[in-house]
Ligand binder design. Structure first.
Ligand SMILES: [Zn+2]
Ligand SMILES: [Zn+2]
Length: 246
């Protein structure tokens, strides 16, 4: 009886609020129709955060010797930050459509389960939001991605490891060096013992200059983390983030 009532209620909702694809507006049972999903751009490899060299699934880090210290072995985006991804990420972050994060999180989980270089990574750490921003948005977009990825690949999401202690200004209009200054000292490790000896996958929505994830990786290493990589939805083709308005 209850099942029948529930079905009638859902049929009713579907009638008044038909489900449509967020990209093309055509009717779709999923948030993105299969045609648009196929048309989404994809990247088939990660890149080195220092020299931008491509890092394929059988590489653990860049083969070039770099003079400057880098804490992240590689960054693996799902796609380029093109207009389709820009639109979806905007809806996810600023319009409360959490299902978009679940959709991309599942894709992240598939990549992690498939690509060899993730095999020895132990835990996910989503980039934390400051509590003030968390209150405004009601959810942490990176945590939504990590939870959804975890369901697919089985690696756990480590909770309460990193805290954002400074409410930093938006990075959107800042240059790479201003971004680095903006996030310096913005995070704190709160559970050091959970990190020692661990290989960590940092999860973020968009990685532009990588200043935020680099700062997190720096303090994770100080707390004894072994290897660190980053996985995100999208990465701009150009390092000139202003062009993309993110
Ligand atoms: Zn569509
Ligand atoms: Zn490199």
């Amino acid at each position: 009886m209850f099942k029948l009532f529930r079905k009638l209620w859902h049929d009713c909702l579907d009638f008044f609020f038909p489900k449509i694809c967020l990209l093309c507006g055509n009717p779709s049972a999923e948030i993105i129709c299969s045609k648009c999903e196929k048309s989404l751009s994809k990247m088939d490899a990660g890149y080195c955060p220092v020299c931008n060299a491509s890092i394929s699934a059988d590489m653990t880090k860049c083969t070039v010797k770099h003079n400057d210290k880098n804490f992240i072995n590689f960054i693996r985006p799902l796609a380029k930050f093109d207009s389709q991804h820009k639109q979806l990420i905007h809806l996810f972050k600023y319009n409360g459509i959490v299902d978009i994060g679940k959709f991309f999180g599942a894709k992240i989980g598939e990549i992690i389960a498939r690509e060899r270089h993730f095999k020895h990574y132990d835990i996910f750490i989503p980039v934390p939001l400051h509590k003030k921003r968390h209150r405004e948005r009601r959810y942490n977009q990176a945590k939504v991605l990590a939870d959804s990825a975890s369901k697919i690949c089985g690696k756990p999401v480590a909770e309460n490891i990193i805290k954002r202690i400074v409410h930093t200004q938006s990075q959107t209009k800042l240059s790479p060096s201003q971004r680095r200054k903006n996030v310096a000292g913005a995070f704190e490790v709160v559970n050091r013992d959970k990190i020692t000896g661990k290989n960590v996958i940092i999860i973020d929505d968009v990685v532009t200059t990588g200043a935020t994830t680099e700062e997190i990786a720096r303090i994770l290493k100080l707390s004894g983390a072994k290897n660190i990589c980053t996985v995100c939805i999208a990465h701009p083709e150009s390092k000139d983030s202003k062009k993309f308005g993110i």
